[in-house]
Design a protein around this ligand. Sequence first.
Ligand SMILES: *Cc1c(COP(=O)(O)O)cnc(C)c1O
Length: 405
Amino acid sequence: MSNKPANNIQDLQYFGEFGGVNPSISDSATYTFLHAKTMLDTFEGHAEGCYLYSRHSSPSNLYLGEALAAMEFTETANVSGSGMGAITSTILQICGAGDHIVSSRTIYGGTYAFLKNFTPKFNIETSFVDITSLEKIEAAITPTTKMIYCESISNPLLEIANIPALAKIANKYNIKLVIDNTFSPLMLSPNKLGAHVTIHSLTKFINGTNDTIGGVVCGTQDFINSLRNVNDGAAMLLGPVMDSLRAASILKNLRTLHIRMKKHSSNAQFLAEKFEKDGLKVVYPGLKKHKDHELFKSMYNEEYGFGGILTLDVGTVEKANELMELMQHNNLGYLAVSLGFYKTLFSASGTSTSSEIPHEEQVEMGLSDGIIRFSIGLDNDIERTYRAMHKCMTQVGVLKENIYI
Ligand SMILES: *Cc1c(COP(=O)(O)O)cnc(C)c1O
C-alpha cells in the first residue's frame, strides 16, 4: 500500500467476470448456495467470499467499499445508500441507551438533528462542543462517553479539527474518534492521522456528478463486520443499503477524484484570494489569515490543496439571496445545496443546510444570516468566472465599484 491515497485507488486492478476492465455489476438480491451448510456458515459470518443477500453485501458494493478503504487507509469499508445512512448506523452501532457522545457543534444539519432530536429517544445524549477547543472537548467527556464525533472541515464555518490531538484524547479515554471527511476527500486522511472511523457522504465530491446519494463507513474489519452482523449490526438491520448499479457508477467516478479535487481547490484558492483583496469577508482554509491555516497544513496531503468550499458573508440574508439569484441568472452556478459538482453551487447556510440549528445557537457559533457557502466548480477559466462574479457583486452593492468596467 502506498502512503498516497490516490495511488492506492490507482493500484487496484480489476479483471471482470468476462475479462472486463470494470468489474461486472451484480444484479441479484439473493444468492444460491450449493451446500446448505455454507448458508448457515454465511449467516454466522464465517463463509468468506460467499454472498447471502444484498442488504448484507453484494459484489459491486464490496468493490466500491474496497476502493474507498484503500483511499482512507482502513482495513475495509461498508457503503450505504446515503451519507446519513452511514452516519446514523455508525452512531447507533457504537452507542446504546445510557451512552453519551461529545460532538462538534458545527456539523452537517442532518447529523445535528439526529443527535439533538432523534437519539435522545434511545436515551443517547450528546454534548455539543466547540471542536477547536481541546480543553472543552476533554472536559465534556464523562464515564458514559463512547465517541467524539466531528467533521474534518466543519460545515459551514470551515473550522478545522485537530485530528491527531482529538485522537490522543479519544485513546486516553478508550473511546472512538469518528470523523466525517465529506468536505476533504484525498486532502485529509483521518485514519492515518489517528481517527478510528472515517465517514463520507459519497453524494458530494467523491461521486461528483450529483446524480445519486450515497455514503460509506471506513474502519477496521472488526467494526465493519459488527455493522453488517445479521443479529445486531446497524447497517444490516436498519437497511440503508446502496444499489449495485449505483455502486458501480460511483466507483467509476472515484477514479477521477484526484484530478477533480486539485481543480476544485485551485479554483477556490484563486477566488478566495481575489475576494480577500476585494475586501470581502471570505473564509477559506487556504488563506493565511484563516485561523486554522497552519493546522490544516500540518495534516493535509499537500497536492490537493485546501478544498473546494469557501464562504462569503455579505451581511444579510436578503443580500445573499439577491446575489445568489443574480449569479444563477448569469449562469455562474446553481442556487442549490450540496457540493462537489462541476458547476459552482451556492446556498445561504443559515436558512438551508444549517436551518435545523436554532437561530440563537447559530448566532452563538458565529453563523451569520448573510453567509453564502460556495462549492466551487471545475471552471476551466476561473479568471473569467471571477470577473463575472465581481460584476454581480457590484450590481447588488456587495462591492462598491466594478474595476472591470
Ligand atoms: C451531505 C452531507 C452529509 C449527508 O449525506 P447524504 O449523502 O446527503 O445523506 C453528511 N455530512 C456532510 C458533511 C455532508 O455534506
